[in-house]
Design a protein around this ligand. Sequence first.
Ligand code: FAD
Length: 276
Amino acid sequence: MRKGDFSFEFFPPKTDEGMQKLRATKAQLEQLKPRFFSVTYGAGGSTRDRTLDTVLEIQKDGFEAAPHLSCIGSTRANLLETLQLYKANGIRHTVALRGDLPSGLVDFGELRYASELVEFIRKETGDWFHIEVACYPEMHPQARSPQDDLNAFKRKVDAGASGAITQYFYNADAYFRFVDEVCGAGISIPIVPGIMPIATFTQLARFSEMCGAEIPRWMRLKLASYGDDRASIRSFGLDVVTDMCDRLLEQGAPGLHFYTLNAAGLTTTLWQRLGL
Ligand code: FAD
């Protein structure tokens, strides 16, 4: 069995039906015994209660759960209140992000970047939290240059981040090159690749465009050629993503973080194929 830091990400469901589905997914994925589950957090605290409820359900089953926390659209007072809520519930692990403003909103809030949030968390809560941050092997879409983005990542580490999870990618070389550059910059925290299983094409292409994750041309052409044939998309996606994860783990990635999109099927198959 391969060793490493394996984790699963959920988003907090909006409806009772979504919550039922997530409970079933959680029950399946718990059997794989990941190191932790993480739960996303909406801009301006829009999902705060649902994020916390989901985390508490996971904790109740005896698993470690890390709520995300994003600072965009929030005040220091709101963020502190949320941190205190996390602390009061015995939560010791968080993923600190800037977040993205939903279209139409213009209030950035009091903290501009995730590095300021990490600094704020450390100032207010000392060493209580294990803090993960995001990083971007293919560069964050708003960064001026890869070097600027690396500098921004270093600021988060200098502010006290304990570990990092990458944006998803389908090109292992981008990850290895990024890790080399990060080491060159004197950063030594673990950088766990974020893995997005492939369930659909149109939606994935749209989302990848927005978040700056490249779907290589050969993959795009193949995926597009399957049209509405979801079984072929999933089967091709599983082959490609398994091969990439195999290579990542063989060549030293410290673990994998799966963006499950609240579904267990593809993540479980990947897990089995990888012999985790
Ligand atoms: P930052 O690190 O602040 O970087 C944002 C941009 O600003 C980058 O382009 C960076 O290069 C630039 N920058 C940073 N500091 C400076 C500076 N001092 N001067 C100039 N430029 C600077 N979003 C959510 O809303 N909720 C979630 O739960 C969530 N979970 C995520 C989990 C993971 C693992 C990942 C990879 C992303 C997640 N996101 C989430 C998305 C994330 O919020 C977006 O990618 C967002 O656009 C950037 O967030 P960040 O924390 O990386 O920001």
